[in-house]
Design a protein around this ligand. Structure first.
Ligand code: SF4
Ligand code: SF4
Length: 238
């Protein structure tokens, strides 16, 4: 994102709109800290500037990843999905990706105000890979990996900063305990906030195998159920 210094009248109206606090005043002109700016376009889209001083041009790769991860309206060219994760993370699970006996996991990094660098995503992805998880092939973070077996991200994106990013993966439920322990350990080296979502299919009697295991491990959780209201036809066996 750029601000035209010739147009800026130093009204300061744009400052509170930036979710990364990347805009400040210098010598009576608004300036953007390029290292902190995640190219989310909020300043431009808000139309807050009275003189249209903001201008956006898609930056070249690797900086372009900032925009595609931080502006939820932008489609990832590899996945054809806008936003951070796959469609199923955002809507209902109707395609049967999550089988009985398996755990679907999402690790969500960053939030407005703090963001995340991909070097933190890389640390966690490598730990997950060591435990044999299967990374979701349609997730945009998976496309940034140079090796899906090791979870290692491409070196040129490690310093790129985005509002948030999600790793999505699958593994057998027997691995839950070792993976949770490994995540607790690596969290000490991660320089942003991250939350973990675990997904499982209910058993025929309506119970959730994950709840029992999380209770046994003493891990607190907040239940977020999603209901298919019939707009999609489930492909999964019930
Ligand atoms: S593009 Fe986003 S991060 Fe960059 S200056 Fe504008 S609001 Fe801030
Ligand atoms: S809103 Fe526009 S004119 Fe006002 S400080 Fe920001 S860039 Fe300058």
């Amino acid at each position: 994102m750029k601000i035209d210094p010739e147009l800026c009248i130093a009204c300061e109206a744009c400052l509170p709109y930036c979710p990364m606090a990347a805009i400040s005043m210098k010598d009576d002109v608004a300036v953007i800290d390029d290292d902190e700016c995640v190219e989310c376009n909020v300043c431009l889209k808000s139309k807050v500037c009275p003189v249209d001083a903001f201008a956006f041009e898609m930056p070249p790769y690797p900086r372009s990843v900032r925009h595609v991860f931080s502006d939820p309206r932008t489609e990832h060219k590899e996945t054809k999905i806008a936003g951070r994760g796959t469609e199923e993370m955002k809507t209902n699970e109707v395609t049967g990706r999550f089988k009985r006996g398996w755990v679907g996991m999402g690790c969500e990094f960053g939030r407005p105000g703090i963001g995340t660098r991909f070097r933190d995503v890389d640390k966690v992805a490598q730990v997950l890979a060591k435990h044999g998880v299967e990374f979701e092939s349609k997730n945009p973070v998976t496309f940034l990996m140079e090796n899906r077996k090791t979870g290692k991200l491409k070196p040129e994106v490690l310093n790129e900063k985005v509002l948030s990013a999600i790793i999505e993966c699958l593994y057998p439920i027997e691995k839950l305990e070792e993976i949770m322990k490994a995540l607790k350990e690596v969290a000490k080296e991660v320089d942003t906030v991250f939350s973990v979502e675990v997904i499982n299919r209910a058993d025929p009697d309506g119970s959730y195998p994950l709840r029992k295991k999380l209770d046994q491990m003493g891990i607190p959780y907040y239940i977020n159920g999603k209901q298919n209201v019939g707009l999609g036809r489930p492909k999964a066996d019930v």
